[in-house]
Design a protein around this ligand. Sequence first.
Ligand code: GTP
Ligand code: MG
Length: 217
Amino acid sequence: MAKVDSGGGQKESEPTFDCMFKILIIGNSSVGKTSFLFRYADDSFTTAFVSTVGIDFKVKTIYRNDKRIKLQIWDTAGQERYRTITTAYYRGAMGFVLMYDITNEESFNAVQDWATQIKTYSWDNAQVVLAGNKSDREGERVITPLRGRSLADQLGFEYFETSAKENTNVRQVFDRLVDVILVKVSQGGDVDPSITSGAKATRLTDTPPEPPKKCAC
Ligand code: GTP
Ligand code: MG
């Protein structure tokens, strides 16, 4: 299998991953996007709410179908005032986690608008998982799983209910997203060459990574 080197001072011959997928987490402010990423990447959770300013990202490497896959996961600010900045990062994304809060009707009603943003600013074949977060707050639930699933079906998205707090379905969301992206990639042909890549991995910085070069998937 062909390999891509991630750079970062490692030798040319030292393969570090087979492909890199850029994934964005989007949705209204306070639905739990940052918490979800911290749970996934660092297995940590805090009840403190520090609203994200602009955009940030973390990198995590996973194994799927004998492939070593580097995920570059971008955590976007949900606040409207950052929309121009965050949508600029949609380009090149292969997958999105579109999140709402099951205790917040407004965040669910905004899903359609977020889906339109994906359609407008990203690649046509970008894969999307709709995640109804805060499933641990059953007593305050206002969005039933049935409503969540029907909206996901209507939009052609995958669907999960999740809890960053209790670590419910967090890994599963990313595994599913990677699986559907891999299917797209294996179908070949219509993959935007700027999307899958061996871009150098960087952690938590304001500047976007180097432009992608080549995918070996
Ligand atoms: P912005 O950065 O403003 O877009 O918000 P965000 O979507 O990143 O929300 P954030 O992750 O900062 O979480 C907002 C609040 O919800 C915090 O107080 C978290 O502790 C809380 N929270 C996040 N996920 C969960 C969850 O699964 N369950 C519960 N009970 N609380 C959660
Ligand atoms: Mg945040």
